[in-house]
Design a binder for this molecule. Structure first.
Ligand code: HEM
Length: 178
């Protein structure tokens, strides 16, 4: 959703993404699938930038200290519940130039990814409790947004097909909404 908002606001970026997806699909198939999208590096950079600006889990999930430890001069007692403010980390101007702007180019050709090795960018957390579904999560979002961009013509809403397709007892009937 946030990526669609950002692309609507940044029409040049939307055109570039649309063209990249169209070129990747080419004449190969009428359907978009994962393997096609893996070549769309700019589109992926847009997704990463969206996960940076609009992190779905701003505090990750609560973690608990297994023992007493000291972190940056603070003593954290055993059993404390800790929240990691990932949103603030991802919007920190010390880590990110023009931190609150949508600039997908910062990820284009960059080695920074979401696998938990770059602590300035942790939309799926990091370490042993990081999100085990990060691959499938990212790919699903990628697929849904790519379909919206590729098949949905937002500029000509009058052409939108609002028909329903019913499947009942093997019969397939198409009804058009009025
Ligand atoms: C875009 C989609 C997703 C986002 C942004 C996301 C984000 C996160 C975050 C931030 C955490 C906490 C990590 C930490 O505290 O270090 C987490 C944990 C977790 N996620 Fe996801 N997630 C997504 C999709 C998924 C999917 C698709 C699955 C399952 C198929 C999944 C399963 C889990 C589980 C089981 C945990 C708990 C792991 C643990 O505590 O050991 N997530 N996720």
């Amino acid at each position: 959703m946030w990526l669609m908002v950002q692309l609507m606001r940044n029409q040049d970026t939307l055109s570039r993404v649309r063209q990249e997806i169209a070129e990747a699909i080419g004449t190969k198939t009428a359907m978009i699938d994962d393997s096609i999208l893996s070549t769309c590096e700019y589109f992926q950079a847009c997704l990463k930038e969206t996960l940076r600006l609009h992190i779905p889990g701003p505090f990750l999930v609560p973690h608990q200290a297994l023992e007493n430890f000291v972190l940056n001069d603070y003593t954290i007692p055993k059993d404390s519940i800790m929240l990691v403010n990932a949103r603030t980390i991802q919007l920190d101007p010390e880590n990110w130039k023009d931190a609150t702007s949508f600039k997908p180019d910062r990820f284009f050709g960059s080695k920074v990814d979401f696998r938990g090795n770059h602590f300035e960018y942790i939309p799926f957390g990091s370490g042993r409790r990081m999100c085990p579904g990060y691959q499938i999560g990212f790919r699903n979002v990628q697929l849904v947004v790519a379909c919206l961009i590729y098949y949905f013509d937002g500029e000509n809403p009058e052409n939108l097909d609002t028909g329903d397709i019913f499947h009942a007892g093997g019969l397939r009937r198409r009804n058009r909404c009025l």
